[in-house]
Design a protein around this ligand. Structure first.
Ligand SMILES: *Cc1c(COP(=O)(O)O)cnc(C)c1O
Length: 460
């Protein structure tokens, strides 16, 4: 019916199409994820009051809100978003040509802000609600460093103090992360540290450990609940974070609709599940409503394979077992990924929403790649599209290229959309090890996984 307009390299969303609300996928899920459990009582958490000692109140409400489909984005956050959003939706003409594929490839690029990733979308929201509540100090953990950087930017903007516990391994691999976070005025501590009971306990057991996200979370939570007027914030996994990240999918969908495009395949990398959850949200709504049937692929590293090899079970969100329990795909909260794993995405668990959608078959596929295959895709992509991708994002690139190559074989003109979550400027040590062929692929053995599974909490 419509005469199709030529899709430009970058689609710029006009002002009137910029989303003013976040979309809450839980309102449309056929079955909800199982409720979080209070670690003290092992009973479901039903009131935001139970979360209030750890989280800001409004965020605790969003965490438990399974009904409100659309939530207004406060004006101050909309204004902040204007500094770096809408993020571009790019048609990968150059990559398509290089691959010789009939597939149409689109990617949503979230790396155009100084923090370098999509994390800023939720960082500003969480800092905003903290400030509105009169909180003066926030704590958090960061793995590869993007979340800590994003949150330090948001806290600087709103005038909130911030302490970041950074996984020690990454802290040593990426020294300039510290400088950036310090520039934005936050305090950064390598974890495990001797500043918390949780950190001291882990150090006593494993003095040489390079740390894990789970243990940095324990430290940040402890610091929050033992400090005055302080709360803890988390950059992924939680329902509230997926809610804020829905801006990615809403913008993508609006931009594609301008050109009568709709993706057949949607691909996202999966660490804690927030960018994937945000990217797929409005498209998943179409699937849940029976309107469309896009094929969803979650991509994770073979070294931290929570969806592809984990168990769907209740587990703690942290190593120190102080956080609520969530029903999710998990490798066990004691799982510590290999130190030589460069690509981020190292969390032991997975967002309960993503876990449930995958368990129930709405996310069609999860796949994992070893890191040398991921970096190969990163290099190929960078040479075609002129963007240096983050290793995390490159998991999605790998899958997108593989799907496009399948189309080349079959001649199918599929439309592929993937999330390019960030840039890789702080990952040059990893790129270097890929170039000089010292990068090692590590895949945990079944025995190693069984060991971590054996420590999963028993929940009746
Ligand atoms: C944090 C991060 C991820 C993974 O986190 P999710 O919560 O799974 O989205 C992916 N890419 C980049 C660039 C990141 O910073």
């Amino acid at each position: 019916m419509s005469s199709k307009k030529t899709v430009p390299y970058r689609i710029n969303l006009p002002e009137e199409l910029i989303p003013k609300q976040w979309y809450n996928i839980r309102a449309d899920m056929k079955e909800l994820p199982d409720p979080m459990l209070n670690p003290g009582t092992m009973k479901p958490i039903t009131s935001p009051d139970e979360l209030a000692p750890i989280f800001c109140y409004e965020l605790a409400k969003q965490e438990l809100d399974n009904e409100t489909r659309y939530i207004d984005i406060p004006e101050e956050i909309l204004n902040f978003y204007k500094m770096c959003r809408p993020s571009p939706l790019i048609r990968a003409y150059c990559l398509e040509k290089k691959l010789g594929t009939p597939a149409k490839i689109y990617y949503k690029f979230e790396g155009n802000n100084t923090s370098g990733s999509h994390k800023l979308n939720s960082a500003i929201a969480q800092a905003y609600y903290a400030k509105a509540q009169g909180i003066t100090h926030l704590t958090t953990e960061t793995g590869a460093g993007q979340w800590g950087t994003a949150l330090s930017m948001a806290c600087a903007y709103l005038g909130i103090d911030l302490t970041v516990y950074m996984v020690k391994g990454s802290y040593m691999q990426k020294p300039f992360r510290k400088s950036v976070i310090n520039t934005f005025g936050a305090n950064i501590i390598p974890s495990p540290s001797d500043t918390t009971n949780a950190g001291r306990a882990i150090l006593a057991e494993m003095p040489d450990t390079t740390g894990s996200l789970g243990c940095a979370i324990s430290e940040a939570v402890e610091k929050a609940v033992t400090s005055e007027n302080c709360r803890y914030v988390l950059g992924s996994v939680l329902n509230q974070v997926l809610l804020h990240q829905s801006i990615i999918g809403l913008e993508s969908k609006a931009a594609m609709e301008m050109y009568d495009e709709y993706p057949d395949i949607i691909i996202g990398c999966a660490g804690g599940g927030s960018n994937l959850g945000g990217l797929i949200a409005p498209f998943m709504k179409d699937k849940l409503d029976g309107v469309k049937n896009p094929y969803f692929i979650a991509v994770e590293p073979a070294s931290c394979p929570s969806l592809t090899r984990g168990k769907y079970a209740y587990d703690f969100c942290d190593t120190g077992k102080v956080t609520p329990l969530a029903k999710m795909y998990t490798l066990g909260c004691g799982f510590i990924p290999a130190a030589n794993h460069a690509g981020g995405l190292r969390y032991h668990g997975m967002s309960p929403v993503i876990s449930k959608l995958y368990h129930d078959g709405y996310i069609d596929e999860a796949r994992s790649y070893v890191q040398t295959d991921v970096f190969e895709a990163a290099v190929e992509f960078s040479r075609a599209e002129g963007i240096l991708p983050a290793p995390e994002s490159s998991h999605a690139i790998r899958a997108a290229i593989d799907e496009a190559l399948k189309c080349k074989e079959t001649g199918e003109e599929k439309t592929i959309l993937f999330g390019l979550t960030g840039t890789g400027y702080f990952d040059m040590t990893a790129y270097e090890s890929f170039h000089n062929k010292t990068m090692i692929d590590y895949v945990p053995t079944d025995a190693e996984l069984e060991e971590a599974f054996s420590k999963l909490p028993e929940i009746k």
